[in-house]
Design a protein. Structure first.
Ligand SMILES: Cc1ncc(COP(=O)(O)O)c(C=O)c1O
Length: 452
């Protein structure tokens, strides 16, 4: 027995040891992957709306920013969670679109969209006819813009169309001076960055339109309702050599009363903020002048040789589903999209105003009520962003809120005072609710005590 048994015992021990080592290794690999996935998830959750955002979020998520309040505490659920409302990522509409699965799903077979061309006879030759049809239809349904006798130009977001419009409106002659581009402060923080990014010889950022007193040609950007403060806007410079770009990203009935059908020379729209599909990257311009529409098309041709057909088809499907929901054509269980989004925004603004009142540390803009021709009622604007002011001695509102683990965008980026911040109202419910809850309890934490 002795020798045989010893040998059996020896092999059994070896087997147990080997099993233990393997289990240890497998556990290590799984743990490592878990940590890696968590980090990746943080990075994905972080991503949207430009350079301001991505660096800041990465910094905070890794806990390497200045000061103790930047370390993300993973324990204790929401207490230490960073609420990032710096960017205007419209994820709040996700819950509506989840209910519209059937109405919005498209299948694109491999043979489709192989050509560069969509509609060779159209000045915007890369625009899908179905997309153009749904653009005209949504404006007719909502009544927010005139589409008759207009050229439609599709773009990779209205961001690309903005640049195409600058190119098309700037004089092509031998004028050595770039054309000035102005907008009333506070203006959308990306305008100066997009205008000067390529140091164009055709145009340059010239700041606040209210302070603009130069003679000569200029471009004025009119954003209505305005980003960041939600105010309805009209042009202010009004000189003979000016041309206007109207940015109507937020002229939709969940944000502002539709007082009339906008009727201007060059108007920009986007699915990013209308239906909340920022990731599809589709915008459109309604342009009166054919030459301008053709120059914008040329810009996009030289920039990206057109606009993704797949994205245009998805945008068309979503715009169709939106119009159908408004006209009660789709599934009877489906709510009107603009009713849903209007009610959501109303609720959020009520919660925010209540929290601001309770804290006593902040203020918000007051709006006047106007009649909305779309939903046949008078209401006050309920913008996609809150233009929040830190009252009293708090001079750096962004820094102050950062200590409470709330990321916002300082007024400085919008040509305004750092006493203001822009806060996105379009995030998912849990983030928005946590923000409001933190804001409402701030007076009790004596202003500067950071959230642990
Ligand atoms: C006023 C305004 N214009 C344009 C855009 C960009 O829209 P898009 O996502 O279509 O490029 C934004 C996005 O935040 C915006 O606020």
């Amino acid at each position: 027995m002795g020798k045989g048994w010893n040998s059996a015992m020896y092999w059994r021990h070896l087997l147990v040891l080997s099993l233990a080592i393997n289990i240890g290794l497998v556990a290590k690999v799984l743990l490592f992957q878990g940590a890696e996935n968590e980090e990746r998830l943080c990075a994905v959750e972080a991503g949207a709306e430009g350079a301001h955002f991505s660096k800041k979020a990465a910094h905070v998520n890794r806990g390497v920013g200045k000061g103790p309040s930047l370390v993300v505490a993973h324990g204790g659920r929401d207490r230490g969670r960073v609420v990032n409302l710096d960017h205007g990522d419209p994820t709040m509409y996700e819950m509506f679109w989840k209910r519209m699965d059937e109405e919005t799903t498209i299948v694109i077979p491999g043979w489709q969209s192989v050509s560069y061309f969509s509609d060779p006879g159209n000045p915007c030759w890369f625009m899908e006819p179905e997309f153009a049809k749904q653009v005209v239809r949504i404006h007719r349904v909502v009544g927010n813009a005139v589409t008759e006798n207009r050229y439609i130009v599709v773009g990779t977001g209205s961001t690309q169309l903005y640049q195409a419009a600058l190119y098309a409106l700037a004089p092509t002659g031998d004028d050595p001076n770039p054309m000035d581009v102005v907008s009333v402060a506070p203006f959308y923080s990306s305008y100066p960055l997009m205008t000067d990014f390529l140091k164009s010889g055709l145009y340059k950022w010239a700041g606040d339109a209210k302070l603009y007193d130069k003679e000569g040609p200029y471009i004025e950007l009119v954003t209505s309702p305005n980003n960041p403060d939600g105010e309805p806007r009209t042009s202010v410079v009004n000189r003979s050599q000016g041309v206007l770009i109207h940015d109507f990203a937020y002229y939709w009935p969940q944000y502002a009363p539709i007082t009339s059908a906008a009727d201007h020379d060059l108007m920009l729209f986007t699915v990013s903020k209308s239906t909340g599909h920022a990731g599809i990257r589709i915008g459109w311009a309604l342009v009166k002048d054919k030459e301008v529409a053709m120059k914008m098309t040329k810009f996009i041709e030289l920039n990206t040789i057109g606009v993704s057909k797949d994205s245009q088809l998805r945008a068309a499907k979503i715009l169709k589903a939106t119009s159908d929901s408004c006209e009660g054509i789709s599934n009877s269980k489906v709510e009107n999209f603009f009713e849903f989004s209007f009610n959501q925004m109303t609720l959020r603004w009520m919660k925010l105003r209540a929290a601001v009142r309770k804290s006593g540390l902040f203020s918000l803009p007051d709006f006047s009520s106007e009649w909305c021709a779309y939903n046949q009622q008078a209401f006050k604007p309920q913008p996609a962003f809150a233009w929040l002011k830190c009252e009293g001695e708090i001079d750096d509102c962004e820094g102050f809120l950062k200590k409470q683990k709330i990321l916002t965008r300082s007024g400085r980026h919008f040509g305004a005072s750092p006493k203001y911040v822009r806060v996105s109202m379009l995030d998912r419910d849990p983030n928005f609710d946590l923000f409001v809850e933190r804001l409402s309890t701030m007076s009790q934490i004596e202003g500067t005590t950071p959230v642990p």
